[in-house]
Design a protein around this ligand. Structure first.
Ligand code: SAH
Ligand code: SF4
Ligand code: F3S
Length: 469
């Protein structure tokens, strides 16, 4: 029997199609011309990909889009809960909407995403922000047409944050942000329960899409002219396990690599405990797969890794990346690390620095630990002061900056096949190498979305400059 635990029922999908039509009629009668929606997404690429679905559903109802919140008839914030800072920004931005709402009777304010999936946050919004019309959680994004219709027709407030394992949302209209770079979610949720992390609580259980659907979507993207496809999941290395798809991530990569055309395949995020030699060999063998591995290690101390429930030691991590470098000498590895996990001592932190010295990351995302309500780590004693953690944080940034500068300097004089991504602030065109380095090149916008060969002529810490050859 096929495992369809995560499917949205045909009946529910039909209902949302009907709501889309109803909302469309209502919108046409209420607004002169197409109303404008301002949609902003915080957080990871998985959330950005959800944002493209939210925009797709709004477009089906008849909304067009604006970057200026002041002229919006509908504001939708798709939020993130991963650190406190992400949440503070949302509260600030939502607060500022009160006066706008007072000027536009037909305006609707909607909040969704990971932050809203937490009952204590939804409650705070309901009580303290009475001008917010709709709050909905990560398990019901496919019901946006219903929420828009109900809110526009009777003006009543809606809060919908059902719990549960979550769904696989297929066949939702998409409005992609780019016409040459695409996000392609291959799975949703997470089962790892790293003790600091809120994601498993707000995103439900790990669930993989059907391989045939993913491969078909990749094929369509390539046919439509997309040049870069990024496969998304919180732990792509466990693709296909739940529900059992009889497929693993390496095989999925191979099949997408077999699609004809010039395009780059990227993926994130990889988890060291599930990253296999088979996957690394597949990466090495597949010419379209970018030679870039984002492999968060989080800490260099085995004691802290254990307390984080990460499932590997620092030594195992280093052996894994040694294998990766030996199979792909030009591989670029990036990582995430947390400073100041509860109970971390300076000795633990020194081990993190030692790992960073050995690993030779091209770049690293460094985060100061942020307690998340409901996670295991949030109840652990945390004696180190914020100032002290701040000092460790800067030490680590300085160290990585030195290492990164060494990595970029080595690129000077080499020629890379790059995908041009559009204008940088400097007026130059930004292009990305397979290893995820950014090269700025003097060129005009006509190269955007195309591959070029570029010779590197200069290097700064995080960025290269070069010219088309
Ligand atoms: N699924 C990915 C990453 C998810 S969140 C993985 O397993 O690596 C992205 C990054 O945010 C994490 O890698 C971690 O470094 C950081 N992060 C998550 N929770 C955090 C917290 N409570 N405080 C500080 N950083 C955190
Ligand atoms: Fe969070 Fe860990 Fe899951 Fe990544 S693997 S999303 S860090 S629980
Ligand atoms: Fe944030 Fe949710 Fe992604 S918590 S990092 S938006 S999965």
């Amino acid at each position: 029997m096929p495992d369809n635990r995560f499917e949205i029922s045909a009946e529910e999908r039909e209902k949302q199609t009907e709501y889309t039509a109803l909302a469309r009629t209502l919108v046409e009668s209420r607004f002169e011309g197409a109303p404008k929606a301002f949609v902003h997404t915080y957080g990871c690429q998985g959330n950005v990909s959800d944002g493209e679905k939210l925009k797709g559903m709004l477009a089906s109802i008849g909304y067009c889009f604006t970057d200026d919140v002041n002229e919006a008839d509908l504001v939708l914030y798709n939020t993130c809960a991963v650190r406190e800072h992400a949440e503070d920004r949302v509260f600030g931005n939502v607060g500022a909407l009160k006066s706008l709402k007072a000027q536009n009777r037909n305006m609707r304010i909607l909040l969704c995403g990971c932050m809203m999936q937490q009952p204590h946050i939804a409650e705070k919004i309901y009580k303290s922000y009475p001008f917010v019309d709709v709050v909905f959680g990560t398990n019901v994004i496919h019901r946006l047409p219903e929420f828009v219709y109900r809110s526009l027709s009777n003006g009543k407030r809606i809060v919908e944050i059902p719990g549960g394992d979550g769904f696989i949302t297929e066949d939702i209209p998409l409005r992609r942000d780019s016409d040459y770079k695409a996000w392609l979610p291959i799975m949703y949720g997470c089962n790892n329960f790293c003790t600091y992390c809120i994601v498993p609580y707000v995103r439900g259980r790990e669930r993989s899409r059907e391989p045939a659907k993913i491969i078909e979507e990749a094929r369509e993207l390539v046919k439509a002219g997309y040049k870069e496809i990024t496969l998304l999941g919180q732990n792509v290395n466990s693709y296909g396990k739940s529900p059992d798809r009889g497929y693993n991530f390496a095989r999925l990569l191979r099949e997408i690599n077999d699609i004809e055309g010039e395009f780059v395949i990227r993926f994130m995020t990889s988890h060291p405990k599930d990253c296999t030699g088979e996957l690394l060999r597949t990466m090495a063998e597949c010419d379209k797969v970018a030679k870039h591995l984002h492999l968060p290690f989080q800490s260099g101390s085995d004691r802290i890794l254990k307390a984080m429930n990460r499932g590997y030691t620092a030594d195992e991590y280093l052996r894994l990346i040694d294998l990766a470098y030996s199979l792909m000498p030009d591989l670029s590895i990036t990582a995430d690390v947390i400073v100041g996990f509860p109970g971390e001592t300076y000795e633990d932190f020194v081990k993190t620095k030692e790992l960073v010295e050995k690993a030779g990351f091209t770049s690293m995302f460094t985060f100061i630990y942020s307690p998340r309500e409901g996670t295991k780590a949030a109840s652990l004693p945390d004696p180190v002061s914020a100032e002290e953690k701040g000092r460790w944080f800067r030490e680590l940034l300085d160290l990585q900056e030195r290492i990164a500068a060494g990595r970029t300097a080595k690129c000077v004089g080499k020629t890379y096949r790059v995908l041009c991504e559009g204008k940088a602030k400097s007026g130059n065109i930004e292009a990305r190498t397979s290893g995820n380095f950014i090269i700025e090149i003097p060129a005009d916008d006509s190269v955007t979305g195309t591959f070029r060969n570029v010779k590197v002529t200069g290097a700064k810490t995080w960025m290269l400059s070069g010219e088309i050859v």
